[in-house]
Each structure stands twice: as structure tokens, then as C-alpha cells.
Design a protein around this ligand. Structure first.
Ligand code: ADP
Ligand code: MG
Length: 254
């Protein structure tokens, strides 16, 4: 077993003729947080989606907890994973999106427990027990019976985090989790993420919250034009003088 939760090697992604990711090599150690920053359109979401296998890399390999994602074997022995193999690897990963995508007709508890019943085949009481623990984890036990329309954006995003955590992932991917929120609501979501990091969850976080990246990220990755320019400690990435493209990016976002 390696100490790496994620190892991406020579990952490239094209949509038709458009090259979106160019030869990405990135490792995330188990229990560590990597924050992924970069201009709009640089490929941040695509990289995260490849790691979650919501997109398939055009070339290259991704290992999740030491297990190949999507394909096994090399050269002419390379073959697609069976659905069961793929499910097993993907079950390590939880993902949270900018849009919370909660079911409007279900309560917070219903939203968190639904997948446990459907995907994991748990009984209602078992699923609701576990869902309640996760709602407690994100500080929303008292809101379990509320519908999304009765919750603030920050609370809805915390429900979405609880929903992902309920499936017991070892890696959590966040794609701009606070970008759809009013500024006064970002803090409560970031603080849940900060706690999760302190508990030792492996996380990859796409964010424009540079303060969060600098204080919570063990590493900061900077993507520009589909290329990973840095993946290093915040101290190394943010120290001056900075690479001009990073400097320009920070000028726009700080
Ligand atoms: P970011 O998250 O950094 O803003 P994205 O990964 O969303 O960037 O997108 C990177 C580039 O890939 C953009 O030019 C975008 O238009 C393109 N792209 C993303 N998804 C698709 C898709 N499904 N089909 C075609 N082009 C796409
Ligand atoms: Mg994006």
C-alpha cells in the first residue's frame, strides 16, 4: 500500500479537438488536503471529474487508494474494469458540487438517507440512524426534518456534505463548494470542511477562497490552461517572487 490516496499519472483529457488537461501528474497523500486553484476554464472541474470518474481521462492513469480507476493492466493486457470493480473504487470517493442538488421533496434526513437505502440497501431505520449522525457531524441535527426550501444555502450545502459523508468515502472532492453562496454563508461551510480536514479526511478542494487554500491546504495546486504548474506547500506556492501567471491570477481573485 502506498501512502497516496490519489496518484494521477500523465493524465490528459480532450473534448473532441479541445485539449482540456495536459499531462497532469499529481499525488495526494492519505489524510492530506490539496486545494486546486486556477483561472476559470483552466480544467479544475474536469480534473476533479476525472478523479471521480464522472469523466474518463483520454490518456494516463489514476490510482485511487492504490487501485486503478477505470482500467486495469498495461499494454495489450489493459482492459476496462468490470462494473463491480469500478463501483468498489468509486465508493472511496465522495463529491460535493457548487450546486447542492438536493431533492426538493425530501427533508434533510431524507436527502442524506436516500442513497444509503437505495445504493447500500440499508433498512430505513439503519439509514436514518447513520444519516442523523452525519447531519450532527455538520451541525444540522436540529434541521433534519426541514426541506431544502426551509434551509439557507449554507445549510443546504452542509446537507450535501453530510450526504456524501454518509456513504463513508475515504476521499472527498469539493468543486467550488461555496461559489453559489452569499458571502455571509461561506464561513459555515468552510468551517465544516476545516473540521473534516482536521479529522484526517483526504480532500481535493477546488476553490477561489485563497485564505482557505493557504491555511487548510497541505498543498496548493495551480492549474493554468490545462497544465498543472505547481503542486506544493502553500508557503512555497505563495512566497514572493511569484510565477507571473500565478501573480496575475491572485491579482484577479484577491
Ligand atoms: P474550470 O473548472 O477550471 O473552470 P473546466 O474543467 O470546467 O474548467 O473546463 C475546462 C475547459 O474544458 C473549458 O474550456 C470548457 O469549456 C471545456 N469543457 C468542459 N467540459 C466540457 C465538455 N463536456 N465538452 C466540451 N468542453 C468541455
Ligand atoms: Mg469549474
Amino acid at each position: 500500500m502506498t501512502d497516496h490516496a490519489i496518484v494521477a499519472t500523465h493524465v490528459s483529457k480532450q473534448f473532441g479537438d479541445t485539449v482540456v488537461l495536459r499531462d497532469i501528474n499529481m499525488e495526494v497523500e492519505r489524510g492530506k488536503v490539496s486545494c486546486l486553484i486556477g483561472p476559470s476554464g483552466s480544467g479544475k472541474s474536469t480534473l476533479l471529474r476525472c478523479i471521480a470518474f464522472l469523466e474518463q481521462a483520454t490518456s494516463g492513469t489514476i490510482l485511487v487508494e492504490g487501485q486503478p480507476l477505470g482500467f486495469v493492466g498495461d499494454g495489450k493486457d489493459r482492459r476496462r474494469q468490470s462494473p463491480a470493480e469500478l463501483r468498489k473504487v468509486r465508493s472511496k470517493i465522495g463529491m460535493v458540487f457548487q450546486q447542492f442538488n438536493l431533492w426538493p421533496h425530501m427533508t434533510a434526513l431524507g436527502n442524506v438517507s436516500a442513497a444509503l437505502r437505495r445504493v447500500r440497501g440499508m433498512s430505513r431505520s439503519e439509514a436514518e440512524d447513520r444519516a442523523m449522525r452525519q447531519l450532527d457531524h455538520v451541525g444540522l441535527k436540529e434541521r433534519a426534518g426541514h426541506y431544502p426550501s426551509q434551509l439557507s444555502g449554507g445549510q443546504q450545502q452542509r446537507v450535501a456534505i453530510a450526504r456524501a459523508l454518509a456513504l463513508d468515502p475515504t476521499i472527498m472532492l469539493f468543486d467550488e463548494p461555496t461559489s453559489a453562496l452569499d458571502p455571509e454563508l461561506t464561513g459555515e461551510v468552510l468551517s465544516v470542511m476545516r473540521e473534516l480536514a482536521a479529522e484526517g479526511m483526504t480532500m481535493v478542494v477546488v476553490t477561489h477562497e485563497i485564505g482557505f487554500a493557504a491555511s487548510v491546504g497541505h498543498k496548493v495546486a495551480f492549474l493554468d490552461g490545462g497544465k498543472l504548474l505547481f503542486h506544493d506547500t502553500p508557503e512555497a506556492v505563495f512566497q514572493k517572487p511569484r510565477e507571473p501567471r500565478l501573480e496575475q491570477f491572485l491579482d484577479t481573485y484577491l
